[in-house]
Design a protein around this ligand. Sequence first.
Ligand code: C2E
Ligand code: CA
Ligand code: CA
Length: 457
Amino acid sequence: MKNDETKSLKIQDGLPVQDTETKNMEMYLYSLRKMAEHNVESNRTFMTDLYNLRAFQYKGAEVMRLNPDLKYALILMDLANFKTVNEFCGRTAGDELLKCIANAFRRYESELVIVSHFRADIFAMLTPFEEQQELVEIVKDITRKIAEFKIACKVLPAFGICIATDPTMSVSYMRDYASLAMNTIKGKFYSNYAFFDETMRKQMLLEKQIENDIVEALETGQFRVYIQPKVNMETGEIIGGEALVRWCHPEKGIVGPAEFIPVLEKNGFIINVDIYVWTEVFKYIGKRLEDGKKVVPISINISRLHVYDNTFKDCLIHLKDEYHVPPHYVPLELTESGFLKTENLMYTSMQELKEHGFLLSMDDFGTGYSTMAMLQTQPVDEIKIDKGFIGDMSNPKSRIVVSNTINMLKELNLEVIVEGVEDQEQQDFLVGCGCKRAQGFYYYKPMPMEDFFMLLK
Ligand code: C2E
Ligand code: CA
Ligand code: CA
């Protein structure tokens, strides 16, 4: 039904005088709508008596359809720590808090503003607006009302706001986009709201595009293995390498992993890509050993997604056997989650791989949470100090942290390598601290595998 027709129904609350068939049809639609509205009224969340999600979507779509000349926004709110509130202050206090939030939303409710309590601690409002600042004021006002509620724990509301691109935009899309925006600021303290904007929209499209392209990329061999050499800083000699994946995209050219690995980790394809990279590395080393050529260890990255997949260790054991590669030629780089005892499956797999002769390297050391405690007990052979650690060697405090970290690791009998060395100043300082091994643009950037082996000659 067209907007103007419905409007005339709404405004006159009677029936337009037209021929009998149209009249019957409109009467039928009119009664259907009345029935739907009646049902909607009973679709309310029990505790707060606000519309539930279903009613919200229906009422929201109706308002937008009947008033197409206005601009609309959907504001979604979730508490970052409602579980803690329930645990520490009790369920009764939690329920009272939800009622207080419901009241803060209810104050805005009108013919044109639909408010809702979706479930648990999730509330929403669909409202017309003129200036974006009005929406920010609503968020601030609700935040103030929540802050006034007397409760022993700090309550952290997070808001996501989606502005409709046009009045026909689906309310459920608006809800999804607001939710994406909200997730970008959950747990952050500097702000408690975010708009779904052009950058997020582009990022989403990009992710979708990558998801679409990835299967073909795997099937047609668009992934390539690059190697970044590791060097002895005192002699300049190449002592090893790290395998890093690149996507040779038919249109975009060479794409770095930062762009596509987060997407692959979300949809699980990182496992296929990892196995491809590992196989290439084992194959190449095996071939060189067979030909009696010079070989240095080439480390491979193990994505944390393998934590949930206990077949990866069998895969590595199979690869070393199939290509006759002594495992110390392929050290395994993992970030600290791989060494967490709580990640039971991964931890046992790592122990087993160690028993098979693989060396374990803790990647990005210094960027995680529990690395210090883990050093005492973990089956790790090498620590790879993250590039963030050595970013500013002119800062005296950074120098103290770096030199003492290296000393501690050496005392623990761990091999140390620093990554991200970009200039002579960093190199001199690290050598002065007794660290010999490094990887970084100051020496070499990652290069195609063939170039790396040419370099070894
Ligand atoms: P990572 O394992 O920490 O790898 C080191 C990254 O630092 C590489 O980026 C490398 O190019 C970069 N890098 C090396 N030296 C320098 C330097 O001097 N300065 C700066 N600014 N950067 C330097 P890349 O190749 O873009 O890889 C990024 C991340 O992607 C890797 O971080 C790793 O976590 C992941 N990754 C790469 N290949 C694979 C793979 O095959 N499998 C898995 N699971 N992850 C991979
Ligand atoms: Ca690595
Ligand atoms: Ca690293």
